[in-house]
Design a protein around this ligand. Structure first.
Ligand code: GLC
Ligand code: CA
Length: 595
């Protein structure tokens, strides 16, 4: 299984026991969070532009392709689209290596195409969120070309340069820090006789965030795109802006046998205490927030790529005075990666009670991690990919946790039709460089970046027939595609449309308090949503392959009524008449209004 950017910590972390309901005071139930804005309880849809819709027949998705699909996204109920980077780039990391922050890569279109996308999206009440890569640039960016040209160049200090160290007469990197993408994080530069630091690929040198000129240059970039009409930014790798100035070695990660863990790239894995989540990040977030808050009359959102394994660290990302990120991503719920009712209950409850009433941003998948089909389980309960038995049922459970919780919901293109992770089967087909260095243990991220499946035509409606598409279309497109699912009443697409509509329009599901129910049940995850005006909705998700029957007594929650009206339920389950007896199919879901 690909676990590229998902720290192992998140998988088995043990958290302090939490109470199972919001305290009477504290969590601001049914009220606006302390950071109110259009993004509260919104649905954000991530698009990997290369793979969404090709409009000019070159086999690569583009901006005009996205514009042509806005009606589809509006119908789905999307409030904003996050585009992974579309700036000019050598495309070593498919756009995350930026060589010009002010413009658009011609592969994706022009600035005019971008303006048209923003304007057309706005007509449909959809905001455009840009990806802002602050940690590093491309090694082809003019700043880096200058920086590496000589030790005295004015831009030398814009990047992280260090002398090597002599060990037994041999020159070695300053320390043992590693790149997330394998091997030393230090690259030797023969011309100037120093090493530069790169947390990601060699072609992605890290900027020096201690340098005020770097900071101001990046705040200018943010202001420029706000003037161009964007609704906000997703801040890439935001926790890795600073490195510990001591430059000392990291400890090795030890396995259960006490020996160093060897990763997919053949390296002894090191810790990231000196390169990740340093406190100075918060100073930058406050400065950036001030810059984006004052750039226009509009409220723009800052979303963070924050793989943090404790609710306390996540809370800090909002800022002590709510002056940092409005939406740091909560990876603690969506990346549990096994169907464990207790763990889901605990982590959702922590998000409800541990963020001072601020709203969590839940997310289950993205362009760096396998799609939600990784939750597909076999009889032994081990994770597996694919379009297997219970694929659709598991998808409904995941969509229910995502959209029926009190959160902003972030989804990834293709989730709504149940697209399956399709990793390459031969090394020669791999496009993501880490899949080449890490093969076969690490197959890279191509599997979750395959083209959107629009219909059952030869190119799945992604491109013009007969064109060579940058990544192959998975064979599953014949069954899993938008056109087929629009015709099928019980399709995944219709489940997404319905549950998103409930999130938007049902007062309890929109922003009501979230209270965990039947908290000793290991098979079914249930919760209550209660609006400040007394509307109440009960949600139950069967996390097992056996049918289950539920009974709820809500008197402790001040609810006397026992009749329920179904808002949405898995196909096939009988209509319940009261809270006494709700029958769930294997991996079945029930959502009902209490009256
Ligand atoms: C983030 C992106 C990932 C990229 C990395 C380096 O984690 O999501 O795709 O490779 O940063 O920019
Ligand atoms: Ca194209």
């Amino acid at each position: 299984m690909i676990t590229v950017l998902m720290p192992a910590l998140l998988l088995g972390a043990s958290f302090p026991a939490a109470t199972q309901r919001a305290p009477a005071t504290g969590g601001q139930t049914g009220q606006a969070a302390s950071n109110p804005g259009w993004w509260n309880n919104a649905v954000i849809y991530e698009i990997y532009p290369r793979s969404f819709q090709d409009s000019n027949g070159d086999g690569i998705g583009d901006l005009n392709g996205i514009t042509s699909r806005l009606d589809y996204l509006q119908k789905l109920g999307v409030d904003a689209i996050w585009l992974t980077p579309i700036y000019p780039s050598p495309q070593v990391d498919f756009g995350y290596d930026i060589s010009d922050y002010d413009s658009i890569d011609p592969r994706y279109g022009t600035l005019d195409d971008f303006s048209r996308l923003v304007a057309e999206a706005k007509k449909r009440n959809i905001g455009i969120i840009m990806d802002l890569v602050l940690n590093h640039t491309s090694d082809q960016h003019p700043w880096f070309l200058e920086s590496r040209s000589s030790r005295t160049n004015p831009k030398r200090d814009w990047y992280v340069w260090r002398d090597g160290k002599r060990v037994n007469g041999k020159l070695e990197p300053p320390n043992n820090w590693e790149s997330v993408f394998g091997h030393s994080a230090w690259q030797w530069d023969a011309k100037t006789g120093q090493y530069y630091y790169h947390r990601f690929y060699i072609q992605q040198p890290d900027l020096n965030w201690n340098n005020p000129q770097v900071r101001n240059a990046m705040y200018d970039v943010a202001r420029l795109w706000i003037r161009r009409g964007v609704a906000g930014f997703r801040l890439d790798a935001i926790t890795s802006l600073f490195e510990d100035p001591s430059d000392t070695d990291e400890a090795y990660v030890l396995g259960p046998d006490g020996k160093p863990v060897i990763n997919a790239y053949g390296d002894k894995e090191v810790m990231t205490n000196k390169t990740d989540n340093l406190p100075e990040v918060h100073d930058v977030l406050r400065e950036l927030r001030r810059a984006t808050d004052t750039a226009s009359g509009r409220r723009v959102v800052l979303i963070g790529e924050t793989y943090l394994d404790s609710i306390g660290d996540l809370r800090k990302m909002y800022g002590v005075n709510n002056d940092e990120l409005q939406l740091p991503m909560d990876m603690q719920v969506g990346f549990i990666n096994k169907f464990d009712v207790g763990l889901f209950r605990r982590r959702i409850n922590q998000a409800e009670t541990g963020l001072n009433g601020d709203e969590p941003l839940f997310v289950f998948d993205n362009h760096d991690n396998p799609r939600w089909d990784r939750y597909q389980t076999d009889a032994q309960g081990t994770a597996d990919f694919g379009d297997g038995p219970h694929h659709d049922e598991i998808g409904r459970v995941i969509a229910t946790v995502l959209f029926a919780s009190r959160d902003t919901a972030m989804m990834y293109y293709g989730d709504e039709i149940g697209m399956v992770t399709t990793p390459p089967t031969r090394k020669e087909d791999v496009r993501d460089p880490i899949g080449i260095t890490g093969w076969p243990k690490e197959k890279g991220r191509d599997g979750e970046r395959t083209p959107m499946q629009w219909n059952a035509g030869p190119d799945a409606g992604f491109s013009s027939a007969g064109v060579k598409i940058w990544l192959p279309i998975p064979a599953s497109y014949k069954r899993i595609n938008v056109a087929a699912e629009e015709r099928e009443p019980d399709s995944m697409l219709h489940w997404y449309e319905q549950i998103i509509a409930l999130k938007k329009h049902d007062p309890a599901l929109h922003d009501g308090e979230e209270i965990m129910l039947n908290t000793s049940d290991d098979h079914v995850l249930s919760w209550l949503r209660k609006s400040s005006h007394g509307e109440a909705v009960v949600v139950a998700c069967n996390f097992t392959a056996e049918p289950r029957t539920m009974s709820f007594n809500l008197r402790a929650e001040g609810i006397q009524e026992e009749r329920v009206k179904t808002l949405l339920k898995s196909p096939g389950a009988p209509e319940p008449r009261s809270l006494d007896r709700i029958e769930l199919e294997p991996y079945g879901v029930y959502i009902g209004q209490i009256r």
